[in-house]
Design a protein around this ligand. Structure first.
Ligand SMILES: Cc1ncc(C[n+]2csc(CCOP(=O)(O)OP(=O)(O)O)c2C)c(N)n1
Ligand SMILES: [Mg+2]
Length: 575
């Protein structure tokens, strides 16, 4: 059999496992890999400016396509830079393979310049992390990496010393190719009978749906119909629950709304479907909880349960439904829905045009929701953008959103938009960015231009690390180190080949948003939103108000009363 360089075997295997793109920055220890990719595969190399962006972008592509995506970096700092993007991707369950090229084996362990031991670093954010130690084993290592990333849905890391990469060996036959369809899991009939008994004996039954409900919309609605049960959802479940759902009472959790929170508080039987919301204070104190999840580790992890069953949501509910009594009373449902409508109306109050020099971010987000394409993708940065997107951007059952909920990072939105746009060239992709988040990885606006991606970047320009400033104030502190001195983002965009749009007041915002979204190429909209927009939790305690009052007192005593009164004015007085 003809011999091939290990690098060629590695990239050909990636392609065989479905990799379409590889995000990264080149470097000498990676040259054999990039060379083989170019001349022996159809894999597209996406040249980012910062590897972290490559990690986010690859993960976003995989998250939305469910296929395998790759990243590759040079030795030392190059492959180290992926870390935060890959943590995000791994926690999202996105199958990504990182080829972390390494110094030649001859110098490893000698504290050689650029030597970094990747294994302990990447083990925390991967399902597989191995170094290729012998060129003859390279094929086995890369196949296992691909298989593990796809089957376990996470990041796999292959550390590849440059001398091994350049060694010629005989290629091994393919051991096994990944089966793209996961096997379905559902509980035994006897377990379903037990579950139905608990649900049938419940009074006020509620459903709490999470991301595990992907692909199960119809059957979840059928369950709600059978039980006349309101449905609250997690933020990761939003896309799969929101559209065409007369049982929806909204999101609960830290970023949720009152009606979602209240329903969960009030029900006496709660059915949790594929949800893993981490904060235990958002679960009911007295209700019986039953839970269905594909992953047994999730059962009872956050709260006590009466019964937990292992299963995928769709096939499990299909088998459960025949055991459930049809309910007629809609009393609990009606009450929860009434509160939902009231809650949404209250949220909408801020989502309107304010005075000339004031823009509420809620208004901006609702305009984006109104004028975005019906099948648009939207990402949002960690920080206040996440809250506005989750609360004010409607997914309609046809749009998709991606925010950093499990990793909670800043600066994710723009890079994730790159990965989504690359893999969905004909769809609209909008990134809702914080001014702090966007400027963290701002260099990769150049990637958007260079790759000619029609991504729409929205900058919530509030001049501060607002989310943290609010947290400080909610803890009764006067804020420190949160100010941001920003450039004119629209001007900057124009200067790098993106069309820049800017809005400083509410009066022209609607027209500006429309023109921005209709622009054909890459565009950036710089929106000067109110600096201290309060984010109300779904359930405010007396302590929250007390701490805000404490901040007010400290601000006034410390000579920062203007900031406190400005906050009051923007949130309560100026309309
Ligand atoms: C990488 C990273 N650094 C710091 C934080 C802590 N943090 C969370 S939100 C936030 C402020 C975000 O500011 P900005 O991007 O301007 O958005 P805003 O909340 O102002 O809309 C910070 C510093 C984080 N989550 N991730
Ligand atoms: Mg900000």
């Amino acid at each position: 059999m003809a011999k091939k360089k290990v690098a060629q075997i590695i990239v050909e295997t990636l392609e065989l496992f479905g990799v379409k793109r590889c995000y990264g920055v080149v470097g000498d220890t990676l040259n054999d890999v990039t060379n083989a990719m170019r001349f022996h595969t159809e894999i597209e190399w996406v040249h980012v400016r910062h590897e972290e962006v490559g990690g986010f972008a690859a993960g976003a592509e995989s998250f939305m396509t469910k296929g395998l995506t790759a990243c590759a970096g040079s030795c030392g700092p190059g492959s180290l830079h992926f870390i935060n993007g890959l943590y995000e991707s791994h926690r999202n369950g996105a199958p990504v393979v990182l080829i972390a090229s390494q110094l030649p084996t001859a110098v490893l362990g000698t504290n050689f310049p650029q030597e970094v031991d990747y294994k302990p670093i990447y083990e925390g954010c991967s399902v597989y992390c191995e170094e290729v130690k012998n060129p003859h084993e390279a094929k086995r290592v890369i196949m296992t990496a691909c298989q593990e990333a796809l089957a376990k849905r996470g990041v796999a890391v292959v550390i590849l010393p440059s001398d091994i990469s350049a060694t010629e060996v005989e290629d091994l036959p393919i051991r096994q190719l990944y089966q793209p369809k996961h096997p379905l899991i559902y509980p035994q009939e006897s377990e379903l009978v037990k579950l139905a008994k608990i649900i049938n004996s419940g009074g006020k039954v509620g459903i709490y749906a999470g991301a595990g409900c992907e692909g199960a919309h119809e059957i979840v609605i059928a369950l709600a119909e059978r039980l006349k049960a309101p449905i609250a959802h997690t933020s990761r479940g939003k896309d799969f629950i929101e559209g065409e759902n007369p049982y929806n009472v909204g999101m609960t959790g830290m970023m949720g709304i009152r009606s979602g929170y209240q329903m969960i508080e009030e029900c006496d039987t709660l059915i949790i479907l594929g949800a893993d919301f981490a904060w235990s204070q958002f679960y009911p104190k007295h209700a019986k909880i039953v839970q269905i999840d594909r992953d047994p580790q999730k059962l009872g992890l956050r709260h006590g349960i009466e019964l937990g069953l292992i299963g995928d949501i769709e096939p499990t509910l299909e088998r459960l439904l025949p055991h459930l009594d049809q309910r007629e009373s809609t009393e609990f449902l009606d009450r929860c829905r009434h509160l939902y409508q009231k809650t949404v109306k209250k949220l909408d109050k801020k989502a309107v045009a304010a005075s000339e020099e004031l823009i509420h971010p809620q208004y901006l987000t609702e305009l984006l929701s109104e004028y975005a394409k019906k099948d648009a993708f939207a990402t949002a940065d960690g920080g206040s953008a996440t809250v506005w997107l989750l609360r004010h951007f409607e997914t309609l059952g046809t749009r998709r959103t991606l925010v950093s909920l499990k990793h909670g990072t800043m600066a994710n939105a723009m890079p994730q938009a790159i990965g989504i746009q690359k893999s969905h060239p004909d769809r609209q992709v909008i990134a809702l960015c914080g001014d702090g988040g966007m400027t963290m990885l701002m260099g990769d606006l150049l990637t958007i231009v260079q790759e000619k991606l029609p991504v729409k970047i929205v900058v919530i320009n509030n001049g501060t690390l607002d989310f943290v400033e609010l947290e400080m104030k909610a803890d009764g502190m006067v804020n420190s180190y949160t100010d941001l001195q920003n450039p004119d983002f629209a001007l900057m965009a124009d200067s790098i080949g993106m069309k820049g749009f800017s809005a400083k007041g509410s009066h022209e915002l609607e027209e500006t948003v429309k023109a921005f979204l209709e622009h054909e190429g890459p565009a950036l909209l710089d929106v000067h939103t109110s600096r201290l927009e309060l984010i109300y939790p779904p359930h405010a305690t007396p302590g929250n108000y007390l701490n805000m009052a404490l901040y007010g007192a400290k601000a006034i005593i410390g000579g920062e009363g203007e900031s406190f009164f400005g906050m009051l004015k923007d949130n309560y007085l100026r309309k």
